[in-house]
Design a protein around this ligand. Structure first.
Ligand SMILES: Nc1nc2c(ncn2[C@@H]2O[C@H](COP(=O)(O)OP(=O)(O)OP(=O)(O)O)[C@@H](O)[C@H]2O)c(=O)[nH]1
Ligand SMILES: [Mg+2]
Ligand SMILES: [Zn+2]
Length: 317
């Protein structure tokens, strides 16, 4: 039988076949995928083949093979820096939920995420959530960020998952596609899924639990079929986004505006750091490239991996 993985809890995988039946499946023995060293060999979105057997009253499956992935989104595991974790596979697009506070999303997190998605060829749409809670100054900041990221080529939408503002716009982009919601814990991913499909009633952080900082409400990635011909993968919040398998020399190619300028750098292997006649640095001096983007880039190239992983909840503003 063949199906798509809708949920993975570590040892069990929920697989949906084409006729709409869900099967609980396991992996037999050690299951390794060539070339990828990850903590989870199979991720939500994977297409797998499996055999079923009767186990007492239940029918369970054993996954035998996994079909080649169209793409996947991967990051370094939080504690095991050498290990990687595949968040989801076979995506048409990712929506990154950004909040200015509760929790605060820093530009470096956005940029790391965008570069990784660019490397794996996955389109990203930026959703600035909780606009109903922002004061004038914060709304200006949203506007600034939206103008910046639009100029680089990313679609940006200001939304409110609780009031429903612009949720229809998000819906329109999701039709006929498999999408994923990503972002820090508390950014409102599950709330937005609920806003898209009110019958789902996914667990979201209760107001009474909001003081429990750093607690994830969603603990496993899970895919849902939505009534408007769309599939969404809700994921647990991520704190940091460690980049995986990127050579220093290629990171600049995943910053779209840098990539466009690179042809004008004196050296074709320019890292845009201290090289003479660097078009990126010239653009930076002329305010044609944003300092926040350049800072994120330098952090990634020089391998300052620690900083991004600071617990965002421990930062006092
Ligand atoms: N005011 C306001 N609150 C929101 C909005 N979106 C989400 N929230 C609240 O933010 C809190 C966190 O929302 P969740 O949907 O649980 O966040 P999450 O991103 O799924 O978090 P994890 O599952 O831990 O990754 C909840 O109390 C929501 O009600 C919004 O647009 N406006
Ligand atoms: Mg959630
Ligand atoms: Zn350069």
């Amino acid at each position: 039988m063949q199906g798509i993985v809708y949920k993975s809890t570590g040892s069990w995988y929920t697989v949906k076949t084409e006729d709409g039946t869900f099967y609980e499946c396991r992996i037999k023995g050690k299951f390794r995928i060539q070339g990828i060293k990850s903590t989870n060999p199979i991720a939500v979105g994977d297409v797998v083949r499996f055999e079923i057997e009767e186990l007492g009253d239940a029918t369970v499956g054993t996954i035998s093979t996994i079909e080649e992935r169209k793409n996947y989104i991967i990051r370094k595991s939080v504690n095991l820096s050498k290990q990687t974790h595949i968040i989801a596979a076979n995506l048409d697009q990712v929506f990154l939920l950004i909040t200015l506070n509760n929790p605060k999303t820093y530009p470096v997190f956005i940029d790391r995420f965008l570069a990784t998605a660019e490397a794996y060829d996955i389109p990203v749409v930026l959703l600035f959530n909780k606009v109903d809670t922002y004061n004038e100054e914060e709304l200006l900041e949203v506007k600034y960020l939206a103008v910046l990221y639009r100029s680089i080529g990313y679609e940006c939408i200001g939304i409110s998952a609780t009031t429903g503002k612009n949720v229809e716009k998000v819906k329109e982009l999701m039709i006929e596609k498999t999408s994923m919601f990503a972002g820090h814990s508390g950014a409102g991913k599950s709330t937005l899924v609920n806003a898209l499909e009110i019958t789902l009633e996914l667990k979201t952080k209760e107001i009474s639990e909001q003081h429990l900082q750093g607690q994830h409400t969603t603990t496993f990635a899970e895919m849902y079929d939505l009534s408007f011909d769309a599939r969404i993968i809700d994921t647990p919040g991520i704190k940091g986004f460690g980049i995986v398998d990127m050579e220093k020399e290629e990171i600049g190619d995943y910053f779209r505006e840098f990539f466009k300028l690179k042809i004008n750098c004196k050296f074709n292997n320019c890292l845009h750091l201290d090289e003479p006649k660097c078009a990126v640095k010239e653009a930076l001096d002329n305010d044609e490239v944003a300092w926040s983007r350049y800072k994120s880039y330098v952090q990634m190239v020089t391998g300052e991996e620690e900083n991004y992983r600071i617990d965002i909840h421990n930062i006092k503003k």
